[in-house]
Every structure is written in structure tokens, then in C-alpha cells.
Design a protein around this ligand. Sequence first.
Ligand SMILES: [Zn+2]
Length: 878
Amino acid sequence: MPPKRVRFKEDEERQVQNLHELSTDSVYGAVLLVLGCGLLASYLSTRLPAALTVADLERTPSAFIAERAWTSLKTLNDIGPKPVGSQANEVMAHEFLLKELDGIVASAHANQRIELDRQTVTGAFSTSLLNQSMTSVYRNVQNVVVRLAGENEGDGSAALLLNCHFDTVASSPGASDDAASCAVMLEVLRVLSRRPERTRHPVVFLLNGAEETMLQAAHGFVTRHPWAADVRAFLNLESSGSGGKEVLFQAGPHHPWLIEMYARAIRHPFAHTLGEEIFQLGLIPSDTDFRMFRDYGEVPGMDFAHIANGYRYHTRYDSMDFLSLEVLQRTGDNILALTRALANSDELAAEDRSVGGTVFFDFLGLAFVHYRVATGRIINASVALLALLVPLVGLARGRGRAGGFGEILREVLFGLVATVLGAVFSLISCTTIARQLDFVGKTMTWYTNTYLILGLYCCPALLAHCFVYMFLNAFYSNSKSNLTLGQMTQARLGGVNIFWGIITLASTMAGYRSGYIPMVLLVFSLASSTLNAVLNTGRTRRGWIAVHLAFQLPALLWSTNFYNVLVQLFVPITGRFGGSRNPELFISLLAATGTLLCCSYLIPFVGQLRSTMNFTAKLSAVTVLALLVACFSPLGFPYRDESMTSAPTPQRHYVTHTFRVFHDEQGLLQGTDSGYLFQEMDRNTRQTIEEFVVPGKSLTPLRQLYSCRQELFCAAPFYSLWHQMRFNNYWLPGPEPAFDNMVTMAYLGTEQLNVHTRRLTFAMDASIQSSIIIGPKEGVRLVGWSLLDHVPPPAKYAGRDGHFVFITHGLPGGTWNVTLDLQHDQPKKTGELVDIVVTTKFWEYHHMHTAEFEDLLAQFPSWAHAVPSVAVVSVFPL
Ligand SMILES: [Zn+2]
């Protein structure tokens, strides 16, 4: 017997309203649904494949074996920090890599041909960061390059490049950044070289030894190495985290065939156009070798990085202790498959490769979707339009005799207005809380316990949405409406569709490809409305709700996954946001947006609830509780060391024990001073230093120093410029540091090139990391120099213009000359041409640290990661 369809009699019409009411408890079901989807999405996004060991070799002879990569990684990890120029980087890491490669060559199949090259390279380029130009000079940096021959050999044969770097920043073993990538590449080479068949095209493996010094070794390879000319595509393996899945966050640019290849080859996808857009907007304070290959090699490629646990990036915790074989297995499976696919493809060598933008994303790692930007525009527009029309058609069909179409439109508008107002009020309430928390000094309480964000910001955001709904319900709902509560809610959901439709279309029209994020939400809503329209469930009691919720499950997995990934990505980044920006504000905006993304299709049910007071009271209570926990309990303390948790979340510090030497026009010593320079890496840095490191003393902002008004760029020991510009710097006078060497820039003489131009020649000595700042005085311009074929525009700092030059040495080199051509309008005397600041920077210089400096470093709490350095600044006018 077929199930009996529920039919309502005319005189039962009023009861229909009540029938469609939802019990107050159902709201908790909805909250649990969202949280449950969040947990499931989180599980799916952290799930890794089982690792293979050498025991699996017989069964899978051409598979990536994580255990072998792990062994390579262990040696690189155990060498410890490997800054460019250190013995660890230039000798120990090199020796290990060459030995490892010898082993690979020895075990390679007889059909394979492997060439090894050790490149020592010198060069220079200009770059721009934070809208400030600088020049990067490198001398004798080292690359280890391997070429695995392909079937099609000969001059100019198209090659695929794989790149990793084995150098690290100071004070970090760099297991994830980026030794693990090098270990993965060695294993990929091992696997490929043991097969009897060659890949069609050669594969070049670049293990580069100077990435952390602003991508210098990659520049050296791409501009100077003979094999670079053959490279037609590259895979760059990086890390800004520790562990987890590698994400494809940049591809191309404008080479859709790369994404097609990824879609075909990859076993475990994790790739988002959103990532590419976030990175290219400069929201991530990092850069990768991708830039060098793209800009100087004009080669398309793909940029991969591990982004989980960014807390450990560039700290002592970036060690193997926090990695696992499974991490290597996953990345290895993907990179091996992609290398095979690319190296065997027609596209690699093809002259007429497809060009254009691509939209790409994975759905929770389970499926990968990609299409051209033009297709994306059509998809977005069609979905937005259909998501508006289908619910209207469905409602019109199901409205019966009583409800008018005008009433439906009125409720659609209600849904749209409520969503917009809810979004506005949630942003206002979240940013208000953010400002207050920062004002009372309770900043970044969620840094370790990110779930506090749910209570501190997501609950208030949800509350704001509920209140807007209750307010509009009370004042603008139509009590004479003939629609049932269910029909009313469905119409309002149509309003939510319009909201996301507008967002999708606006972002698409603004040229952002990330419009696919709301578009996917619309697709699920569209699917449920279509099914509801087909089944005509509109008038049945709750049938349509079941259909709606069934499609909300994947939608919630999609939206909560974005929330998870963005929180995981950006919370650790607030630890290197600098002290001048309020990270609460940023995270509160993220939480409000995430709440809207996750809950927009549930909020209209508020209008169907029998009572909302109980729920809003509880949400308020959770917010208050979260505020109390964040502000007054140890759970709200932002930082943790390894004794407190298995996943440490340290606070970052850079301290430079500095000695400054000032000279007069004749080059005679005019005076010296010394002290410590601190960099304010996050909102709480200054407080930590003043409370723990130098109690009773207060730090002076660098720009307030007398010397800052007098000297070029404050005569501060600037290293990369980028860091110093980004972060506030503080000075504390202190005793002199000890040092056993320094970079000198000895003035050799002047040559008059013409009436208005003089050439100054200097001899540079000592192979230590350093920087020089050249500040032409008023009426003088630097028009040429021996460092580059052009002079990039000067950078600006503390009211002065200066040409910033960053100088790195890999292997030590001899004395080298630098010339500066200075043009002046009026005749100039000595001392009136230019100010020069030379900074020598010693990293990993522990053996020379003074007792006072060690004492100071010992004051840092255990949950801090302090990177010490010693600097000598020499200032002279000419
Ligand atoms: Zn790196």
C-alpha cells in the first residue's frame, strides 16, 4: 500500500502554521550538525596515507618509499641549522648530499644516465618587497644539480625541473623547511633511476643551497646554469609549516595544462585557487623560488608547500620530532606521480601549450575539480541565476491557492535583507570584541587553543544573525501571510541564495577566481531546491527540511573545511604579523566570515523556531564563558613550549647584539655605541621582553633614537630590510659584543667621470652575511654601480632614501671591488656626496656571544623562540 500523503483541509489552514514550527531543541541539533561537519572536515583534511617501508619494495618496486626518504631527512635534520655561509650548509650538507647521490648513481639501472653537477655561483638581481626596492648580491652560493636523462636526448631537449632548498634560517634545523622536500626529491630520483625505462624527457633535480637568503641560489641556477635553458616546467617544493598535507598553492601562471596534469596524476589532491589568490595578494609573509623561475626563467610551474602548524616554521621546533613518515609518503606519492606524468607528457616539449587562467579546487581531498576561467564565469553566472529561479518556481508550484506570489517575493527579500544585515552586525560585534580584547591587553588568547575563536567570535557572530532575524521577524513579518512557516523559510532561503549569488557574481566580475567558494554552496542549495520542487515537498510537513539538510551536509563539509584551513593557516601567521597591527581584528573578521559561510543556510530557520530566547541566552553564556577562559585562565595564554604540549606554539623573537662605529668625513673614528636590537614580531612581543628579558627597563622605539634622526636608516643593523620595514624595532643600550671579523668597505679612491659624475671605488672584504645602504646626500644621485646593470629606485626609511644591498656569501671569496657612480648638480666636497652604512651580521655565532648576551638570552621564557645574532654597523660619509 502506498504511503498516505498528508493533506490539509481548508479549516485546518491555521494549524499548518503551527505544524511547521520547529521545537526549540532543534537549534541545538543544527549547532551539533555544524560542529560535527567541522570535525569530519578536519579529520579528512589531516588524514594521511600509510607509509611504505623497504619491506614493501618487493610488492611495489616503483613506489615512493617513505622510509628511505626519512633516512635522508634524518641526516639533514641532525646537522642542525644550516644558514648560508655556515660550515653546516656549505660543507656538511653538501658532503651528505653528494654521498647520497653517489649511492643513487651506483644503484641506478644500467639504462639510466645520471649527471651530477656542483654549481658555485655568483650574481645579483634587484627585487621589490613591500613596495621598496632592494638589490640582492650573492657570492659563491652552492647548488647540487642532478640530471636524469630522458629518452629524447640531445641539445635543447625539454626538461622538467624539481626544486628544493637545504639551507635553513638560523636557529632552526629546517626539517620541514625544506629538508623534507629534498629528501622527497632524492627518493623520487632513486625510484625513477632504478627503473629500466627512462622518462621521455630529462628531469633536473635542483637541491639549492641558498633560498632563505631571498631566493639567491635559484636565481643563480636559472640565470647561470647550462641545464636551465632546457627547463620547460618546474615543481617547487616548499614549506611554511611542519607536517600535514602539501598544498598546491600556485600554478602556472596561465598554463592550464599544468593543472590538467595535476588532475590526472595526483593521488591525494589538495589544491585551491583561493590559496593562489591569497598568496599573490601578499597576505602570506613569505616568498618562494617560484618567483625566480617564473620571472628570470620565464618557465611555468607549480608551487607546493606544507602549511599545517605554521607555528613551528623557522623555529627550533621545525625538527623531525614533529614530522612523520606518512607526511613524506603523501608528498612523495604525489610528486613522484606528477614527475612521471610531466616528464612523459607531450605538453612539456610542445610549442603551442594552452594558455589562460584556471579555477581549481579539491573537495576535501576526495575529488579534484578544475576548469578555465572563462568556463568559470559561465558556471558562476548560471548557478547564481538558477539558485534564484528554482526555489521561486518550486514555491510557486507548491504555494497552493492561498499564498500569493507577491508574498513569496516579500519573504525572499526578507531573507536577503536579513543575511546582509546579519553579516553587517556580526562584523560590527566581532570587531568590537576584538578591539576591546586588544585594548585590555588580552591579545591572541586563541593562538594555541584555536577553538576559543568559536566562543569569542563565532558565537557573537551567530548571535548577531539571530538577533537580526528576531528583530525583523518582530517588526516586518506579515502576520496575515497565507504562507506556512515552512514556505516562508524556503522563500527566505531563496534570499540567502541571492546573497551568495551576488557575492559570486561580484567576485567573478572583480576578476577573482575564488568566487567558486560561494558558488559551491549555491550548487548544494540549488540541488536541494530542485529536488524539493520535483518532489513537491513544499507543503508536506517536514519533508523539504530533510531534503534541505541532506544537501547541507556536503555544503557544511565544504564551508567548515574552509574555516579550518584558514584558521590553521592564519592563526600561526599572526605570530609574525608585527606589533603594529591588531591580530584580533583580523581573526575576528575571519571568524565572522566563516560563521556566515557555515551557517547562512541554517539561520533562516530561526523564524520557524517556537522560541529563540533560550538559545540566544545560551549562546551569550558561551561567549561570556569563552571571554572568561580567554582572559583569566591559563587556557587563554597564547604560547606553549614542548613541555606543555605535543604541538608547541612559541612566540618569536629576534635579538641582535649590536656594535656601531661612526666615522667622520676624513674616515676618522668619531664614536661608537652598542646595545641590543629587538624586533616586534607579534602584538605581545614588547610586553614579553619588558616583563621577562629586561625587567625594570623599557625599550626605546628605534625611530625615537637621536641617532635615527642623524644617521642613514637609523644606522640600524638592517639585514633583509623586509623584516626591519615590516616590524617595529626597539633599542636597549648595552655592553659591546665580541666579534672576530667584520665586512669592510675600504675606500680606494675617486675618478672624475665627467663634470657632474664621480666614480668612487671600494674594496669589500670578509665573506660574512652583510648589507650595505648607500644614501646619496641632497642633490646627489646614484646613477650607476658595479653591482648590477641598473640602479633600482632607492628604498625609504626614517625620512631618508637609500639603496639597500643585501650580500650573501656561500663559500668564502677574496676581496672584491665595488664602484659607485654619483651624479651631482653642484660641486661637492668630500663628505657631501653619500652616506654609507655597512652591516656585518653573524648568525649561529654562539661561540662569540658575550656572557651578558647569553644572560639576556637566558631570560627569555621557555615558550619563546629567540633567534640571536651579532651585528657590527659601520657608518661613514664620503
Ligand atoms: Zn623554505
